[in-house]
Design a binder for this molecule. Structure first.
Ligand SMILES: NC(=O)c1ccc[n+]([C@@H]2O[C@H](COP(=O)([O-])OP(=O)(O)OC[C@H]3O[C@@H](n4cnc5c(N)ncnc54)[C@H](OP(=O)(O)O)[C@@H]3O)[C@@H](O)[C@H]2O)c1
Length: 485
């Protein structure tokens, strides 16, 4: 699994300079739409550009929070000049009455002559109806312009609409010798500052970051956004942790009141998943159930049956105005709610699970073998008191469904090896970002579950970029979603 950073010739859709006028203006609309990715709640971040005689006379992106929509803002900027113009919109204009009239009607009222769209909206309230309103008014409608890039840009929204689950990006930093870290060494720097800045920006446009408890203990990461000016956009942090082993002294727990932390306790233990074993080849015996009082704790059949999430925290995470639900959604479903400034500390520092205070000793260094119902219950209580939410779900798929039901559309899986493998084997990775650095880890290295040479065949390479000395390769898996033209 050697890294192949030497061959990092860039390629990808950004490199295409043979665009038609329609494609160029749509590319501008897509660039605009990306400005608010992750900030429009459950609404898609849409871009709209209004063009007359080859000149852009109005342009806008869906506002932070999801309202107002791009089209109405762009029309307002264009004013009377919009009459007879062409509107380039990255998603089918809406056709339903929410807090404001439909965008399709606004385009008709403004006298737009032609509407060019990337792709249809799978939202059943809109799908095809937006196009119908435009066509009935005599407007020329063209769809499918830069459709692939549009799907990529709106992937998280499309996944939540069509599959009712959050979209998953798996990010792995891999050394030249194919490792993602070194056993017992905590966080090892594999990539350089350009990669790190890009990955921080990616966090800022994602609804949740997820790691396994192995990484949370070994690296003591904070998993926040520490790019200047974007600190307030830290997404919700999720740790897969059956036995509630996350130390109370960890950065994650200490910051849980500022940026929400969820411990997801999955009823299907990872050692029960086919082909998956914890790093180092150890297979732990099936653990005591973390929720002994749960009706699901009793039988294997019961463990496999329900897909319903079971939030068990007494304290739901706080909501930030920028990341609350947009219109048309139940107000009770919160979307990643960060508040407050995060200190600009470096990620890392090996974390031994040391006690926070004497009374919590037993809650801090648990091993599956020593787990008792009482110890689990004590740990649970301490974690909840520290502001951590505990979510009990059946498996990874039901976790993603539960997140989508709360209005979260995108999850960035940041490792480690066991968790990355589990998502891949469950068929739940939609996009892969492979960062290859020039560093060699050598002895004690933890092998990456993926290398450029063994990307599963259902993924296609989208682009490759050079980030300083590192190489970033992006792969995506296509998924079918309803298309109306
Ligand atoms: N280079 C990179 O990109 C990168 C990124 C992150 C981490 N790392 C490195 O990776 C290492 C940690 O990797 P790791 O494999 O030991 O740990 P990990 O993948 O972070 O965590 C694995 C643990 O998560 C828990 N888990 C709960 N539900 C699970 C599920 N459905 N599937 C899989 N795991 C589940 C299990 O513990 P319980 O049974 O106790 O719940 C499992 O042992 C560290 O050295 C870290 O530095 C590297």
């Amino acid at each position: 699994m050697g890294g192949a950073a030497a061959d990092c010739r860039p390629f990808g859709p950004d490199a295409d300079d043979n665009y038609s006028d329609d494609q160029r203006f749509m590319a501008a609309a897509l660039a605009l739409s990306r400005q608010h990715t992750g900030q429009t709640g459950t609404n898609p971040s849409v871009g709209c550009v209004i063009v007359k005689d080859g000149v852009i006379i109005g342009a806008a992106v869906t506002a932070v929070g999801g309202r107002p929509h791009a089209e109405t803002q762009a029309l307002a900027k264009a004013g009377e000049a919009a009459r007879g113009a062409t509107a380039y919109v990255t998603l089918e204009p809406c056709s339903h009455y929410g807090r404001t009239p439909p965008c399709a009607n606004a385009l008709v009222a403004a006298g737009i002559a032609r509407v060019v769209v990337c792709l249809a909206d799978p939202d059943p309230r809109v799908s095809g109806r937006g196009f119908a309103i435009l066509r009935e008014a005599g407007i020329t409608v063209e769809t499918g312009v830069l459709e692939a890039e549009g799907r990529r840009t709106l992937a998280a929204y499309l996944m939540r609409q069509t599959k009712a689950r959050a979209h998953v990006t798996l990010k792995l930093a891999v050394s030249k010798d194919g490792m993602i870290g070194r056993t017992g060494a905590g966080q090892v720097a594999i990539t350089g500052p350009v990669s790190r800045a890009n990955m921080q920006a990616l966090r800022a446009e994602t609804d949740a970051i997820l790691v396994g408890i192995g990484t949370a203990i070994a690296d003591d990461p904070e998993l926040t956004v520490r790019l200047h000016g974007l600190e307030h956009r830290s997404p919700m942090r999720i740790v897969l942790d059956h036995h509630l082993r996350l130390p109370l002294t960890s950065k994650l727990v200490k910051t849980a009141r500022n940026v929400p932390v969820i411990l997801a306790a999955l009823r299907t233990p990872p050692s029960a998943l086919p082909g998956i074993s914890p790093t180092g080849g150890e297979i732990t015996p099936p653990p005591a159930h973390p929720f002994p009082n749960s009706p699901h704790a009793s039988t294997p059949a019961a463990q496999a049956s329900s897909a319903t999430p079971h939030p068990t925290s007494a304290t739901p995470p706080p909501a930030s105005p920028a990341r609350t639900q947009a219109d048309g959604q139940a107000a009770s479903s919160l979307i990643s709610p960060p508040v407050g400034e995060m200190p600009g500390r470096a990620e890392g520092d090996n974390l031994a699970p040391t006690p926070a205070h004497p009374s919590a000793d037993s809650a801090l260094a648990p091993t599956p073998a020593s787990d008792t119902a009482q110890a689990l219950s004590t740990r649970r209580q301490h974690l909840v008191e520290a502001g951590v939410e505990i979510l009990e779900v059946d498996d990874l798929a039901s976790l993603l469904t539960a997140l989508a039901a709360r209005g979260l559309s995108s999850v960035l899986v940041e490792g480690g090896a066991t968790v990355a493998r589990a998502f891949l084997e469950a068929g739940l990775v939609d996009r892969i970002l492979l960062l290859e650095g020039p560093v060699e880890i050598g002895e004690g290295g933890i092998e990456s579950p993926l290398a450029r040479t063994d990307i599963p065949q259902e993924y296609s390479a989208v682009r490759r970029l050079r980030f300083g000395e590192d190489c970033c390769s992006e792969y995506e898996r296509d998924f079918q979603c309803l298309q109306v033209s």
